[in-house]
Design a protein around this ligand. Structure first.
Ligand SMILES: N[C@@H](CC(=O)c1ccccc1NC=O)C(=O)O
Ligand SMILES: [Zn+2]
Ligand SMILES: [Zn+2]
Length: 207
């Protein structure tokens, strides 16, 4: 069964949230220096590339990364193609989602050049959140760096999702993936007290 790698490659210069910690990988020790091994060193934001948000990211009382159950991030997922939409609304998904859909991934294609941070994305309309909850959704994934407009300080969609106990996966790469059902795996690192975590995300075709 085919596996799609839906993660953003991480490299020095990978675009992150404006003003946030730049991603930096280098060797703390080379094989020549240590006499035995190369040893890498990383500095990065927890919201670099493909990552999950823990509720603590936008709510001081919210759960941290290590409080989140892993079953959210692995299991059957519905990819919905909303390419061309200006906003993700009920109309974008009506008729495509059935009851008991635990994970929904939106393909917007709005972040076409992954070497630069986008100027505009396709926000998740807060009105869609109760509709997702009614269908049983506990996780949404998106192919953009946020679920809210990039200049939003209120983060209405983040908060509405949190109120409905729907968790957030951002920065997916869905160019090669078409609408349908897949098996998702996108596990956060066990970052104690973390507000978010990079993930390696894959979708596996279902038989
Ligand atoms: N909400 C975005 C990240 C975000 O808002 C952000 C990330 C790093 C530094 C500042 C940020 N927002 C500041 O207004 C996210 O969930 O990844
Ligand atoms: Zn984030
Ligand atoms: Zn977010």
């Amino acid at each position: 069964m085919k596996i799609f790698d839906i993660s953003m490659p991480l490299y020095n210069g990978v675009p992150g949230w404006p003003g946030d910690t730049p991603y930096a990988f280098d060797l703390a020790w080379t094989k020549e220096q240590s006499g035995s091994v190369n040893v890498g060193r990383l500095e990065m934001s927890t919201h670099t590339g493909t990552h999950i948000d823990a509720p603590f990211h936008f709510d001081n009382e919210g759960k941290r990364v290590t409080d989140l159950p892993l079953d959210l991030y692995t299991g059957p997922s519905l990819v919905i193609d909303v390419t061309g939409a200006l906003e993700i609304t009920i109309e974008s998904i009506e008729g495509k989602i059935k009851n008991g859909t635990k994970r929904v991934i939106f393909k917007t294609k709005c972040w076409s050049d992954r070497n630069i941070f986008p100027e505009k994305i396709v926000p998740v309309s807060p009105e869609v959140v109760p509709f997702l909850k009614q269908h049983g959704v506990g996780l949404i994934g998106v192919d953009m760096p946020s679920v809210d407009p990039l200049d939003s300080k209120e983060l209405q969609a983040h908060h509405a999702l949190h109120q409905h106990n729907i968790h957030i996966l951002e920065g997916l790469v869905l160019d090669e993936v078409s609408e349908g059902e897949y098996e998702l795996m996108a596990l956060p690192l066990p970052l104690q007290d973390g507000d978010g975590s990079p993930v390696r995300a894959i979708l596996k075709e279902m038989s």
